[in-house]
Design a protein around this ligand. Structure first.
Ligand SMILES: [Zn+2]
Length: 279
């Protein structure tokens, strides 16, 4: 073949790839039929291997597989040019298995699952640092953004500036949600992220509000006249006898959900609302 014919053929094969959408499942099925290669399959083999691109760079981490495709293409060219079926086709395939064929096809023809790493909704930036699917990431982010949009008055201070919410894998954290002061980020454990339908005590939404109280404290400090002995509520509000961070976070969350939900703390809620109006 002259060099010009070769170039034309290469260009045409690229065009062919672009023009014709290749069905990955078909490519896998046909490819696997060559594992026990018979000479009668030679034309199917040539059609099959010519659907793979050979120009450009190998997909990341797939150099060997890409070399294999190029090797197969040479067999196809040998056949086209000399009419001989290289024995190497049969022996090459005899070393391969079905998984390998899947890998070859997936390298070029399978569109992997859609991935979205971050979404901006208003002032909130959501980051998917977990294996959560793109659709669930979008849906959960929207639900949490809607929830945050309910914040008013003093509670809204918690949303000051740009709030980042990161979904993390279960390995990365133990609790359902946590405020990471050093990064100014709320982290949510991915495995708990479905749990947005309930706002009971210690639910994910409750904990988000509690953690956002720590953000308020970090950014603005505790309200000046805040004394924890005035605001002991749940058992958890007493865990840090010094500083009162947990006490503040608990009354912040309890007052957000209100007296209807926490009638036993009505007087504390009133007191907190009065105090934070003055601040
Ligand atoms: Zn806390």
């Amino acid at each position: 073949m002259t060099w010009i014919r070769k170039i034309i053929r290469e260009e045409l094969s690229k065009y062919y790839l672009l023009k014709e959408s290749v069905d990955a499942d078909d490519m896998k099925r046909i490819g696997k039929s060559f594992l026990n290669f018979k000479d009668s399959q030679i034309n199917d083999f040539v059609d099959w291997i010519n659907k793979f691109p050979t120009s450009g760079r190998a997909p990341k981490g797939k150099t060997k597989e890409f070399e294999r495709i190029k090797e197969f293409k040479k067999y196809a060219e040998t056949y086209k040019e000399y009419g001989l079926i290289p024995l190497s086709i049969k022996s090459s395939f005899s070393w391969l298995d079905e998984d390998y064929i899947d890998t070859l096809v997936d390298m070029f023809f399978s569109s992997g699952p859609e991935r979205i790493d971050s979404i901006q909704i208003g002032n909130y930036k959501f980051v998917n640092d977990s294996l959560m699917s793109a659709s669930r990431f979008k849906e959960t982010s929207k639900q949490i953004a809607n929830f945050l949009n309910r914040f008013t008055g003093f509670h809204k201070k918690a949303l000051n500036g740009n709030l980042e919410i990161h979904f993390k894998s279960s390995k990365a954290m133990k609790s359902k949600a946590v405020y990471k002061g050093e990064y100014d980020q709320i982290w949510i454990r991915e495995s708990n992220s479905r749990d947005v339908a309930t706002d009971e005590y210690a639910s994910l939404l409750y904990i988000i509000v509690h953690e956002l109280a720590h953000r308020v404290e970090r950014k603005f400090g505790l309200p000046k006249s805040f004394r924890d002995e005035d605001f002991y509520t749940t058992r958890y509000s007493r865990v840090d006898s010094l500083g009162g961070s947990e006490c503040f976070a608990e009354i912040f969350a309890i007052s957000f959900f209100g007296k209807g939900k926490y009638p036993q703390f009505s007087d504390k809620i009133d007191k907190f609302n009065t105090l934070t109006q003055i601040v």
